[in-house]
Design a binder for this molecule. Structure first.
Ligand code: XCC
Ligand code: SF4
Length: 631
């Protein structure tokens, strides 16, 4: 097993790690122990960009190579590698956003996808300056979808930023020359810059990286969120349960894993059909239990209360229960290992996207027509697989926790008594929140995001940091796998308020909310940007003046690297729980942890110790309050 002293703080996970050992199957932690970490890769100075390489830079200044064959310095190599991570992260989130655009373009009264939130459709249409009068819902929906798609490849470089973006922030980006021209263009342009013989300046590469990352946060992710809300409904507060204990002994268990909400919405809908319920009965099951994993879980839990089976490092553990009939996936964060793992159990592993085919998995392409039929086919196969369950091999951990989630910005503003129909009303609607921050009842707001990683004890840093922050009256907004960690560890219940400081506790009591709000999946970090921008506009300052912070304690994905960059580019100081692969580039480190303040009013911090990290965040928030003249 891995070199970590403790692999997880999650009791359900511990239970399943034991079972995996008994069953003789491999998990991510086992494979982690077989890996030999290469210092060059770890510090970012290994370059494989052209075929004269790989080239490496020696960490010792007067011994070994100090430049690649082409002459690229350590800083250039580090910056190019980082830039490529940003481009990849942006492409994943934004291509997800693009898929949702096509879903909206394909929506109709008799189609697989229908419009659910017409108010949000109208509001987005108005922002796009699309006339709404006299248009049917679907005519408008298709126009909005096309306009959203323009943001991916606008030939003139025109993009539609959300109205929540403060004008001062946009001006800062203009001054730096980093306003995105369109999402695809920034990705392509950044990839172009990183090829051999293009950019040879770390600073310029990092600026281009920020530009691309901005297109991810304020465009691609934001489009994914807004259009998903239009199609599937803007989330409202609801109750769910989280952890492997949500699997049912006597039901067909189906886990939806991945990212885009389209597939999961169709499966959830199909599972509600009487014919499916009857089919389940006919194979001896008491019902169909649909659960989610990773960001897909966040999407369907926020909109339907679908139960959450777990976060990133739970994906293999769910199979090990022996109680899962099918793991159905679309894109991103899916271990290819699942294909081998299911050979030891009865679980069907079903891929559905041409972008994420996995050898050994069953593939049912969802494609772009007849998707509901495909969803039904997948579901039928899963139900029939119940007969193959080996009941003597099943062990479902008991652990599961109640969680309240579904905090869209609309939900938050409505809960505090505001209106959300127009931008003006949304800016006015955050007043109660601003008042609480001004009078110190809430000291600040922190967005905590990102994954699980085998580099850290699963969920440990998430839970420690959140507990430390809420105890200091800092409201925590969580997305992605952190949000699930919080849910699994009793931090999203009404009773979690007991862990909060007196001020935050009183707010939780008054509003009936937990001190940690679940804002959704990782593309929904756009919701955190939105509320930050609304508060900034309400106060009349830029985002960097506000007592906010971003944290990614257990991040592992390229997407999280991109997120960190757009959060800093938005003016929010960001803490990472482990060092990204940049240590080999002193100039890159200097820019990201220092010079970025001059550019953007925010910087990166790296702190592996969760309690220290929380302490630093509180100190920084206190400084920000002081600068605003707040106690
Ligand atoms: Fe993936 Fe989005 Fe990370 Fe979780 S948090 S491991 S990226 S599922 Ni986005
Ligand atoms: Fe080496 Fe330069 Fe080629 Fe990278 S681009 S592999 S540093 S020669």
């Amino acid at each position: 097993m891995s070199k970590l002293e403790k692999l997880t703080i999650d009791k359900a996970a511990e239970c399943m790690i034991d079972k995996a050992r008994e069953d003789g199957v491999q998990l991510a932690w086992d494979r982690a122990s077989q890996q030999v970490k290469c210092l060059f890769g770890d510090t970012g100075v290994c370059c494989r960009i052209c075929l004269m390489g790989p080239c490496k830079i020696s960490p010792v200044k007067d011994r070994g190579p100090q430049a690649g064959i082409c002459g690229a310095s350590g800083d250039v190599i580090v910056a190019r590698n980082l830039a490529r991570m940003i481009a990849a992260g942006t492409s994943a989130h934004s291509d997800h956003g693009r898929s949702i655009c096509y879903d909206l373009l394909d929506s109709g009264a008799k189609k697989d996808f229908k419009v659910t939130d017409t108010a949000k459709l109208t509001s987005v249409a108005k922002r796009y300056n699309i006339a709404t009068k006299g248009k049917t819902t679907y005519k408008l929906a298709h126009e909005v979808a096309k306009r959203a798609l323009d943001n991916f490849g606008s030939p003139e470089g025109k993009v539609d930023f959300p109205e929540s973006l403060p004008p001062q922030r946009l001006q800062k980006w203009k001054d730096l020359g980093i306003v995105p021209r369109s999402i695809d263009r920034e990705i392509v342009s950044l990839m172009h810059s990183t090829t051999i013989g293009s950019a040879g300046d770390a600073e310029a590469l990092l600026k281009a990286g920020f530009r691309t990352a901005i297109s991810d946060g304020w465009l691609g992710s934001s489009i994914a969120t807004e259009l998903s809300d239009i199609l599937f409904g803007t989330p409202t507060a609801r109750q769910t349960e989280a952890n492997l204990g949500v699997l049912e002994k006597n039901q067909v268990n189906i886990i939806l894993h991945g990212h885009e909400p389209s597939l999961s919405e169709l499966i959830v809908k199909a599972a509600d059909l009487p014919e499916m319920k009857e089919l389940a009965k006919s194979v001896g099951a008491e019902g169909i239990n649909i659960c989610g994993m990773c960001c897909t879980a966040n999407e369907v839990a926020m909109r339907h209360g679908v139960k959450i089976a777990g976060n990133f490092l739970h994906q293999e553990l769910a199979i090990v229960t022996g109680a899962v009939e099918a793991l159905v996936v679309d894109v991103q964060c899916i271990f290819p290992s699942i294909a081998q793992l299911v050979e030891c159990y009865h679980t069907k592993f079903i891929t559905t996207s041409a972008k994420a085919r996995i050898k050994g998995a069953m593939h049912v392409e969802l494609g772009h027509s007849g998707r509901f039929e495909s969803a039904k086919t997948i579901l039928r196969g899963a139900i029939l697989n119940f007969k193959n369950r080996k009941h003597d091999k099943v062990r479902i951990p008991e652990h599961k926790e109640q969680a309240i989630l579904g905090f869209s910005i609309e939900q938050i503003i409505t809960a505090i008594g505001g209106k959300t129909d127009t931008h003006k009303n949304r800016v006015a609607g955050v007043k109660p929140l601003v008042d609480l921050i001004v009078n110190g009842t809430i000291k600040g707001v922190v967005g905590i995001v990102g994954c699980n990683s085998v580099k850290q004890t699963q969920d440990h840093n998430h839970v420690e940091i959140i507990q430390d922050l809420i105890a200091q009256d800092i409201l925590v907004l969580a997305t992605g796998c952190v949000a699930q960690a919080a849910a699994k560890h009793k931090l999203m219940q009404a009773s979690s308020k007991e862990l909060a400081g007196a001020g935050l506790k009183a707010v939780c009591e008054q509003l009936g909310i937990p001190p940690v709000l679940h804002l959704g999946s990782c593309v929904d970090i756009s919701r955190i940007l939105e509320i930050s921008g609304l508060v900034a506009q309400h106060v009349g300052v830029d985002i960097d003046a506000l007592p906010l912070a971003g944290i990614a304690p257990e991040y592992m994905s390229e997407k999280a690297v991109t997120i960190g960059c757009y959060v800093v580019a938005s003016g929010i100081d960001t803490w990472l729980g482990s060092m990204p692969p940049i240590a080999g580039g002193a100039e890159v480190v200097e820019i990201l942890t220092n010079k970025a303040v001059d550019w953007l009013g925010a910087r990166f911090y790296v702190e592996p110790d969760p309690n220290q990290l929380a302490k630093q965040v509180v100190e920084r928030i206190t400084e920000k309050r002081k600068a605003l003249g707040l106690k």
